[in-house]
Design a protein. Structure first.
Length: 178
């Protein structure tokens, strides 16, 4: 039996060029998860990750077994939909149902959590939040500053570049048309 080491440099370089970083990978997954959202007001996706592995995912939508906003409409109170469960709440609920601890996890989320979700995320033991878009909320910003000042959670924004997304789509599906 003969063993040889073979490296196709051209293929290897293409793979290196198109391989997502961990931040790109998990944010892409959060964005894909957001496509399952059923509240048309804002489609949010979230992925809890620890040690490079996905622990749970969530998107905003109606509670299990209940009608979705896209089917019966949003239940609006003070300008907010009260029918949909937020993506971050669904990540925590999914992990709890499966007996998975989120202690020390990182949460990749398409939009920064509201103040209620932010507090739940902290109490679930999540130690880092990586978000793409800021969701403007004065209460959240106050809580965010305090949590950062106390070192409770690391928070950073990560935006996927359209060029990288286009590269990934072309790698997956061939020539991508605008």
């Amino acid at each position: 039996m003969s063993v040889e080491i073979f490296l196709d440099r051209e293929k290897a370089e293409r793979i290196q060029r198109t391989r997502p970083t961990k931040d790109e990978y998990f944010m892409l997954i959060a964005k894909l998860v957001s496509l399952r959202a059923t509240c048309p007001r804002l489609r949010v996706g979230a992925v809890a990750v620890k040690d490079g592995y996905i622990l749970a995912t969530g998107y905003n939508g109606a509670p299990r077994g209940m009608d979705h906003c896209i089917d019966v409409g949003c239940l609006i109170v003070d300008g907010h939909c009260h029918r949909a469960v937020h993506a971050e709440q669904n990540v925590i609920a999914m992990a709890a149902r499966k007996g998975i601890s989120l202690e020390g996890a990182t949460l990749y989320v398409t939009h920064f959590p509201c103040d209620t979700c932010f507090k739940l995320v902290l109490n679930a033991g999540i130690k880092e939040i990586v978000y793409e878009e800021m969701y403007p909320n004065e209460a959240t910003e106050i809580l965010l500053r305090e949590a950062q000042d106390k070192g409770i959670v690391k928070i950073r924004q990560f935006k996927l570049s359209k060029e990288r997304v286009r590269l990934f789509l072309e790698e997956l599906f061939g020539e991508f048309v605008d």
